[in-house]
Design a binder for this molecule. Structure first.
Ligand code: GUE
Length: 282
């Protein structure tokens, strides 16, 4: 089978047009959705991601503000900056770009962001609410993945979803969201002893490993849906995922590319969460 390629870029474009309309309706009611992004240090990848977020906000009429802080910023200084944004009624969403310099504890930072402005969906309250299926800000990458599956009417209920990777921002929450959609979920990770045996059973395979070609033809069941969350930078500067795309697309029924797959959807769900924050979390 030759897979259908799910373009995150095209879906992101469609959704952003709808969002632009929603933002304009909010503007008519005197609400101006605003995202504040804090960027600490001068990691070039982080700078480029933050630029992408800024551009996406502009595209949809969401206000954005990037606060740049030195690489030697202390944890106390960063927490103080977050408190200011927590208290600022004109700011609806707060995003602290990760990773942070090593003198700053990431969890402490996440815990300090008001959960009502936590558009990344990383705060423990939002994670807890996601687990129980209550209204919450959902983490952007997992939310984007579910949105891509639904856009193609790919059934999730009763399917076996295998997640390779267990990070707090992708692997763990995408498994939870798939479970919420009634999939049977298996998590694999670096200590899994029979990876191929498990991935071969996947109707939906989520690759969030962080390693080029970690998932190859022999890992994939004929007709599986393959979602590639990998972001690996090659020496020539180009991006590639965790999946051997050329081989995988011959076996899969649907596959996401890198770039133009999950990445643009991550940013789109950030916009969606910012609009939700502006309306007020239930
Ligand atoms: N607090 C926080 N929240 C995040 O959501 C967050 C973060 N920190 N730290 C870094 C990761 C990474 N991330 C990406 C978002 C979009 C693309 C994206 O749009 N990628 C394009 C390509 C962009 C390019 O060419 O550089 C694509 O895949 O087509 C990639 C990566 C968000 N992150």
């Amino acid at each position: 089978m030759a897979a259908e390629i799910i373009s995150g870029k095209d879906l992101a474009h469609e959704l952003r047009l709808e969002m632009k309309q929603k933002v304009s309706e909010l503007n008519d009611r005197g609400i101006y959705p605003k995202l504040s992004v804090i960027l600490v240090g001068d990691n070039p990848a982080s700078k480029s991601y933050v630029n992408g977020k800024k551009k996406a906000c502009k595209e949809t009429g969401i206000l954005s503000d990037v606060i740049e802080m030195d690489s030697d910023t202390t944890e106390a200084q960063l927490l103080q900056q977050i408190e200011l944004l927590n208290e600022d009624p004109s700011v609806h969403g707060i995003l602290v770009q990760l990773p942070l310099p090593k003198q700053i504890r990431e969890q402490k930072v996440i815990d300090t962001i008001s959960f009502e402005k936590d558009v990344d969906g990383f705060h423990p309250i939002n994670i807890g609410r996601m687990m129980t299926g209550e209204d919450a800000f959902l983490p952007c990458t997992p939310f984007g993945i579910i949105t891509m599956l639904k856009s193609k009417n790919i059934p999730i209920a009763g399917k076996h979803a295998v997640v390779v990777g267990r990070s707090n921002i992708v692997g763990k929450p995408v498994g939870q969201l798939l479970l919420n959609e009634h999939a049977t979920v298996t998590y694999c990770h670096s200590r899994t002893s029979n990876l191929q045996q498990l991935t071969q059973q996947a109707d939906i395979l989520i690759a969030a490993v962080g390693k080029i070609n970690a998932i190859r033809a022999e890992h994939i069941k004929e007709g599986a849906v393959v979602i590639d969350v990998g972001i690996n930078r090659l020496e020539d500067g180009s991006l590639t995922g965790d999946v051997d795309f050329e081989a995988a697309k011959e076996k899969a029924s649907y596959i996401t590319p890198v770039p133009r797959g999950v990445g643009p959807m991550t940013i789109t769900m950030l916009l969606e969460n910012t609009i939700k924050a502006a309306k007020g979390l239930a």
